[in-house]
Ligand binder design. Structure first.
Ligand SMILES: [Ca+2]
Ligand SMILES: [Ca+2]
Ligand SMILES: [Ca+2]
Length: 225
């Protein structure tokens, strides 16, 4: 089918074979155009213009929608990424906190409680005082602990060291040997052949204040739990 249009006349030549394939609406439009002359051309032009405008509006709207969706997806991706980063950061913090908790629990378990007996007793009775309370006379095996215990007391006290079993061989209450002593000058001297229990005298220098005494002398004891 093809159409030839000039200012005054509209000629419509229709191939009979194609004509048979046209719909009823098409035939009506052609018939109306044939009868309407040049006004039909104007209407077709206006119609095509309207279709173009509508298509343009449709394309613009589609573009706006697609752009908005794209921005939304991008924003969503950024949010998800930030969320994942936050989760990873929280997991790292949780891991650090868990490790710190384990370390702190270990430290707390290794911490000792110290208390002093309330009465003057022999070394053995002072030890029993501690043991009755789930503790024992203190073991001082570091300089730090020696300084701490020395600062803790204001009078002579028994500590958990003696050479009762074997003269000259100092042992702690847990049977471990003495590795580092904080003896006052000239001590231990086993004076009179009867000094087997060790006292700490805070009136002396805090790193040189141990002395062996007779175990039957009475002192308060420092207990460690
Ligand atoms: Ca002895
Ligand atoms: Ca001795
Ligand atoms: Ca002595």
């Amino acid at each position: 089918m093809f159409v030839i249009i000039n200012k005054h006349t509209l000629y419509l030549q229709v191939d009979l074979m194609i004509f048979s394939e046209l719909s009823l609406i098409d035939i009506c439009v052609f018939w109306w155009c044939l009868s309407g002359g040049s006004r039909c051309l104007v209407l077709i032009t206006v119609g095509l213009g309207l279709i173009c405008v509508l298509l343009l509006v449709f394309i613009i709207l589609q573009h706006i929608t697609i752009t908005a969706e794209r921005d939304l997806i991008k924003s969503y991706k950024n949010t998800v990424e930030e969320f994942n980063q936050t989760i990873n950061s929280l997991q790292d913090s949780y891991t650090d906190l868990t490790q710190n908790k384990i370390k702190l629990e270990s430290k707390v378990r290794s911490l000792s409680w110290f208390f002093m007996s309330t009465e003057l007793k022999s070394w053995s009775d002072s030890r029993q005082y501690c043991r009755d309370r789930g503790a024992d006379l203190v073991i001082i095996n570091t300089e730090e602990k020696q300084r701490f215990i020395s600062s803790l007391v204001s009078e002579r006290v028994w500590i958990g060291l003696s050479d009762t079993e074997n003269e000259g061989s100092m042992k702690w209450v847990d049977n471990s040997p003495l590795n580092q002593g904080f003896w006052f000058k000239g001590e231990p001297n086993n004076f009179g052949g009867d000094e087997d229990c060790i006292e700490l005298n805070p009136e002396k220098h805090n790193l040189n204040n141990w002395n062996d005494r007779s175990c039957s002398d009475t002192r308060k004891g420092i207990c460690e739990k």
